[in-house]
Design a protein around this ligand. Structure first.
Ligand SMILES: *Cc1c(COP(=O)(O)O)cnc(C)c1O
Length: 229
């Protein structure tokens, strides 16, 4: 099926849910992205800074770009002028740098805390305690140019549905806890970014508000990028 047809199917399926679709375009060409764009998709996710910046420069300016992969502090400055949402904040040090670069751009950058939920040691993310520690820190209290709008998680790469369901449930419970403890009055803290091509249905059932879908839209990648990232 074509990219446009894949998108149309997916959007039909998502129709009744309040879930935002992030089209994950890593490794895909500008032509392929334009095919999705012309079919109405305006939100795209990338996991590598250089690739993201190249695409941002060449593609239409009304695209909303999300960074979904691990971000090194020394690269924050390249995306700070335009990034809409960083899904992958996994340390206080990184958040401090995002705040600093956002200030230079006179922007407030929305961020998600990436939480470690998978049963694999290859994935980045904060543990529950680390997330709380970050939110209690004096450094965070003083930040004026970032806004934490929710959490993100990557489930284990497994076909075992019960495990996926448990991991997504865990993230939802954690989100609810953080909301109660730190963001009770903040309407903007509302996002749970969870679910990819293989598991988005389960993620939605467990309360996802944003799914990050690549291969279901664009077809499979030669090497899954996130595996060597
Ligand atoms: C690549 C990637 C996705 C999309 O993966 P698909 O299986 O192609 O849908 C989602 N989230 C992250 C963090 C990724 O790196």
């Amino acid at each position: 099926m074509s990219i446009a047809a894949n998108l149309s199917e997916l959007n039909k399926e998502l129709g009744s849910y309040n879930v935002k679709l992030i089209a994950v375009s890593k490794t895909k060409s500008n032509e392929e992205i334009m095919e999705a764009y012309n079919a109405g998709q305006k939100v795209f996710g990338e996991n590598q800074v250089q690739e993201l910046v190249d695409k941002y420069e060449k593609l239409p300016k009304d695209i909303e770009w999300h960074l979904i992969g691990h971000l090194q502090t020394n690269k924050v400055k390249y995306i700070a002028p335009f990034i809409s949402l960083i899904h992958s904040v996994d340390s206080l040090k990184l958040l401090i740098e995002i705040n600093k670069q956002a200030a230079k751009q006179n922007r407030i950058i929305d961020c998600l805390l990436q939480i470690y939920i998978a049963d694999e040691d290859t994935k980045y993310g904060l543990g529950y305690d680390e997330a709380i520690e970050l939110l209690r820190s004096e450094e965070y209290a003083e930040m004026k140019n970032i806004r934490i709008t929710g959490v993100m998680g990557i489930a284990t790469n497994t076909g075992v549905e019960k495990q996926l369901r448990d991991e997504f449930y865990e993230l939802k419970v954690l989100f609810d806890g953080l909301k109660q403890s730190f963001f009770r009055k903040d309407d903007y803290f509302k996002e749970i970014s969870m679910g990819m091509s293989a598991d988005y249905k389960i993620a939605i059932e467990q309360g996802s508000t944003m799914i990050r879908v690549g291969s279901t839209i664009f077809g499979s990648r030669i090497t899954p990028h996130w595996k060597n990232n």
